[in-house]
Design a binder for this molecule. Structure first.
Ligand code: NAG
Ligand code: NAG
Ligand code: NAG
Ligand code: NAG
Ligand code: NAG
Ligand code: NAG
Ligand code: NAG
Ligand code: NAG
Ligand code: NAG
Ligand code: NAG
Ligand code: NAG
Ligand code: NAG
Length: 764
């Protein structure tokens, strides 16, 4: 190993290499191997001293100590330790010793505490990045660093005001302070004519309204973020008329005066990207007409009513348009009004658009028109747009057939419309489709066998249609299929094939075949080869199935798969798919025989529903191994024997239902089980112990036959839980609200951690 290292380190003195190794050994560096570690090292070819150290991300874990050997590398010019893990370390004042530094990046490391004042010793510094940490205190002492050009303090907990001298720094061109707690305004230097400030990101702070006036003096600005500040009054866009070079501005979360939206003058005509989301805008802003360079416009989350004006689509450079979450109800112009527009990414989601959908723009790539009231057929011209990749028309009232050309797309979501006919059997070899969601339509026929050509398919949902077919064993050939929902159709026959005994879907995480006419029994080994569900992901694993997030980040669009998954006790309406966990729902079919013992191998399961079948035999002991399980429903079968004690120790189990079986003996006692409602155990003549009233110590227990109707109603109302609503802390309605309040009151908070953690991750 040493040989390959020396190749790149030929110029380095042995003592310097020694110091580098010492530094590495101060940490848990299992995350990186030797050759990676030294890849980012450069030494001066005359002195042999280390001048550059750029560690790969994830290399070092542990506390950065004040006496770290790092601070012995006095000749360092460029140091990049970003994306490592120094969680709970303070920034040692030793950085002040590295006074040759020109570039210093310590971002995304979990550093805490204040920035030491010794940083002001680094008088050669041009680039300083300490963003994405947990740093506190007032503005760091950087205004002495006269060469500073890039400064990024974003995503920390800094507070107080911006020092007046900061903006007179002669070379400062990039200043990013977003996501902190800075207050007040900034003092404008006597002359801004020598300022080189081009980028100023101040969003998500507590600056007050005066800062707008100040900012408007920096006429060199090109990129400006003033979103979500502490400004309570409507602002006048004319404030920015002096910023003649402005290309991007984000004013989201600030109310904008209606008058300035109507004016035709006084706004920088250079503008390429304009973000006015959440700005209390109630009419379509007509000043946009003059912004001929506009590439991206975001006016989502406002109160804009009426029709989208025809001139809007003639802006010559438009690429990204976000109009989501308004009250728009139509398009001015003919059905061809969009066709010649240069728009590639268009979001119209959650408006009140009605009538037929106009022919999409010629170069459309992504279209999201979810949650409107469009009617009529999906336009035929959809099929001759060669760059069309993502089509979301869910939650509308489209009728007629599904377009024939789906192979060209990556994502197609047509959920909750009134589409008819069968799914076109037209998928060709090499089709790029990843997600297909046809749930809640009127589709008939069989699953198209040509789906086998879709080797990238991850998500297939045809639930709540009228499809009549046997179980698609053949889909097991798809190497990446993660989610398959066939529920509430007319599927029939066995799901255990006699020639192989057990089913193998290598990546399957969610299988919902509930409410069909499936039947037959399972061999005990049925689940033995379900690899994906057998692996318990660690908490850092990606929770959401995120579609090509990187690729679309720059074009201002993030797509995530969503699914409706309904279990007794869990209800995930339009919640992101949890890819680190899994769910199986076989309920409402005609399965017989024993529940396969091998179910205990699926360690990533969080929901298991086998209710309303005719399973016999005992509850498998192996269920105690499903330690992530949050919902277990075995009700309305013919299960006998006792409830395994192990179930009492499943600490995430928020819902269990074994009612209406032939179980007997004592209900295992444990916090998760005694907290359940009585109805979860009723209808088993031989069961006793809490939460039932029958004590196990009485000799003869009269079997009470509960009124089944009432119980069901109670369950439906009381136990429904919306995961996302829980994560967000509020429910979309009284019905959910009740259930959530109950859950939060009665279950372990850990249960929510996974979901809340995931929500947070998304926002980071
Ligand atoms: C070390 O990292 C390099 C580059 O990423 C890689 O090619 C090599 O296989 C790794 N070696 C070990 C032992 O992990
Ligand atoms: C040292 O590096 C500089 C620039 O990288 C190069 O011009 C010079 O020739 C090198 N000197 C030696 C002795 O390798
Ligand atoms: C740093 O100090 C600690 C004690 O605080 C000591 O254990 C450690 O060896 C020192 N490390 C170095 C590199 O000097
Ligand atoms: C970072 O380190 C802390 C403390 O050692 C640890 O708890 C955490 O899991 C680590 N995070 C990552 C992403 O490695
Ligand atoms: C600043 O740098 C000088 C060397 O130029 C050094 O002697 C001094 O200790 C440093 N100060 C701090 C606070 O690190
Ligand atoms: C700023 O620099 C001057 C001289 O360059 C020095 O005297 C002063 O101590 C520095 N201030 C801080 C806060 O380091
Ligand atoms: C600072 O680091 C963060 C995270 O590593 C990165 O996203 C950001 O672009 C960097 N800032 C600058 C100015 O390069
Ligand atoms: C700015 O002008 C004020 C008075 O007009 C003066 O007192 C102050 O010294 C000036 N500041 C600088 C940095 O020139
Ligand atoms: C926000 O502004 C109001 C006055 O407009 C002020 O009273 C309040 O303290 C400010 N909040 C913060 C967090 O700065
Ligand atoms: C679109 O452009 C074509 C060719 O430039 C033109 O013939 C057609 O009339 C245009 N359509 C609309 C609706 O403007
Ligand atoms: C959808 O369209 C059908 C028939 O076209 C109509 O009966 C139904 O009311 C519509 N539903 C909604 C929600 O608009
Ligand atoms: C639970 O898992 C362990 C280890 O995988 C296994 O040894 C044990 O037999 C399982 N328990 C049951 C009841 O299947």
């Amino acid at each position: 190993m040493i040989d390959t290292l020396l190749l790149g380190l030929a110029a380095c003195r042995p003592d310097q290499i020694q110091t580098l190794l010492q530094f590495k050994n101060e940490f848990d560096s299992r995350g990186c191997n030797g050759s990676e570690y030294f890849k980012g090292v450069r030494c001066d070819n005359t002195t042999g001293a280390v001048t550059k150290l750029h560690l790969p991300s994830g290399c070092l874990n542990g506390i950065l100590k004040p006496n770290s050997s790092l601070f012995g590398l006095h000749q360092l010019c460029s140091l990049d330790l970003s994306h490592n893990n120094f969680t709970s370390s303070s920034l040692p004042s030793g950085f002040g010793n590295l006074n040759r530094l020109v570039v210093l990046s310590l971002s995304s490391n979990g550093f805490i505490g204040q920035v030491p004042s010794s940083i002001s010793n680094l008088s050669f510094l041009t680039d300083l990045n300490i963003s994405h940490n947990e740093l506190i205190g007032s503005f760091p002492h950087v205004w002495n660093l006269t060469k500073l050009s890039f400064l990024d303090l974003s995503h920390n907990h800094f507070s107080g005001t911006i020092p007046s001298s900061l903006l007179s720094m002669p070379f400062l061109s990039y200043l990013e302070l977003s996501e902190n707690y800075f207050t007040g305004s900034v003092e404008v230097p006597n002359s801004t004519s020598s300022s080189r400030l081009e980028t100023l990101y101040l969003g998500h702070n507590h600056f007050d309204g005066q800062i707008l006036e100040a900012v408007s003096k920096f006429i060199t600005l090109k990129y400006l973020d003033l979103s979500f500040l502490n400004i309570s009054y409507p602002i006048d866009l004319n404030l920015f008329s002096s910023l003649e070079s402005l290309l991007n501005i984000d004013l989201s979360g600030t109310s904008i005066s209606p008058v300035s939206l109507r004016s035709y003058l006084h706004f920088p005509l250079t503008m390429e990207r304009l973000v006015l989301s959440d700005c209390d805008i109630s009419e379509f802003p007509s000043f946009l007409k003059t912004l001929k360079n506009l590439e991206l416009i975001d006016i989502s989350h406002n109160k804009i009513k009426g029709k989208v004006p025809e001139w809007f689509w003639t802006l010559p450079h438009l690429i990204v348009v976000r109009l989501a979450d308004n009250s728009l109800y139509g398009f001015e112009g003919s059905a061809e009004v969009l066709v010649n527009s240069s728009v590639q990414i268009l979001s119209l989601a959650s408006n009140q658009f009605k009538g037929p959908f106009p022919n999409p723009p010629r170069f459309i790539n992504l279209l999201n028109a979810r949650n409107n009231s469009f009617t009529g057929n999906i336009p035929l011209s959809t099929c001759n747009r060669s760059s069309f990749t993502l089509l979301i028309l869910s939650y509308n009232n489209f009728t007629g057939p599904i377009p024939q050309c789906l192979s060209n797309f990556k994502i197609v979501k047509l959920r909750k419309n009134n589409l008819e006919g069968s799914i076109p059997d037209m998928f060709y070899v090499g089709a790029s489709i990843q997600t297909l969601d046809f749930g809640y339509n009127q589709l008939t026929g069989k699953l198209p066998r040509s789906l086998l050509n879709c080797s990238f398919l991850q998500f297939l949902s045809v639930d709540n249609n009228i499809i009549k077919d046997t179980f698609p064993f053949w889909l097991k050939a798809l190497p990446t299929l993660q989610v398959l929902t066939l529920s509430s159709n007319k599927f029939y026959g066995p799901i255990s094939s006699s020639d192989q005994g057990h089913l193998v879907f290598p990546e399957l995480r969610i299988l919902d075949i509930s409410h069909n006419n499936f039947g037959g029994s399972f061999p005990a080994s049925y689940f033995v080869n379900w690899k994906a569900l057998s692996l318990k992901m660690n908490e850092d694993g990606s929770i959401y199935m995120v579609y090509n997030k990187e690729a679309y980040k720059n074009v201002y669009y993030i797509y995530e798969d969503v699914i409706d998954l309904q279990n007794k006790g869990l209800f995930m309406e339009q919640t992101k798919v949890l890819t680190s966990y899994g769910a199986i729902d076989f309920s409402g079919n005609r399965f017989v025989g024993k529940i396969p013992e091998s179910i205990g191998l699926l360690k990533a399961l969080i929901a298991l529903n086998l209710s309303n079948n005719a399973f016999t035999g005992h509850i498998p002991l192996s269920l105690e191994n499903l330690t992530e399980l949050e919902s277990l429903d075995l009700s309305r079968n013919k299960l006998s024997g006792t409830i395994p004690n192990g179930l009492g120790s499943l600490s995430f189990l928020a819902y269990i239902n074994v009612s209406h079986n032939q179980l007997k003996g004592e209900i295992p006692q444990g916090t998760q089980i005694t907290g359940q409602s009585k109805s979860s155990f009723e209808g088993n003549a031989g069961l006793c112990g809490l939460p039932l009233e029958q004590s196990c110590f009485r000799s003869s227990v009269p079997a009470i036959q509960p009124k089944q109707k009432d119980l069901e109603e109670e369950e439906d109302k009381g136990e429904v839980l919306n995961w996302k609503a829980v994560a967000m802390g509020y429910g979309p309605g009284v019905l959910f609200g009740l259930a959530i309040a109950k859950l939060i009151a009665s279950y372990k908070p850990e249960w929510l951690v996974k979901i809340i953690g995931a929500e947070k991750r998304k926002h980071r």
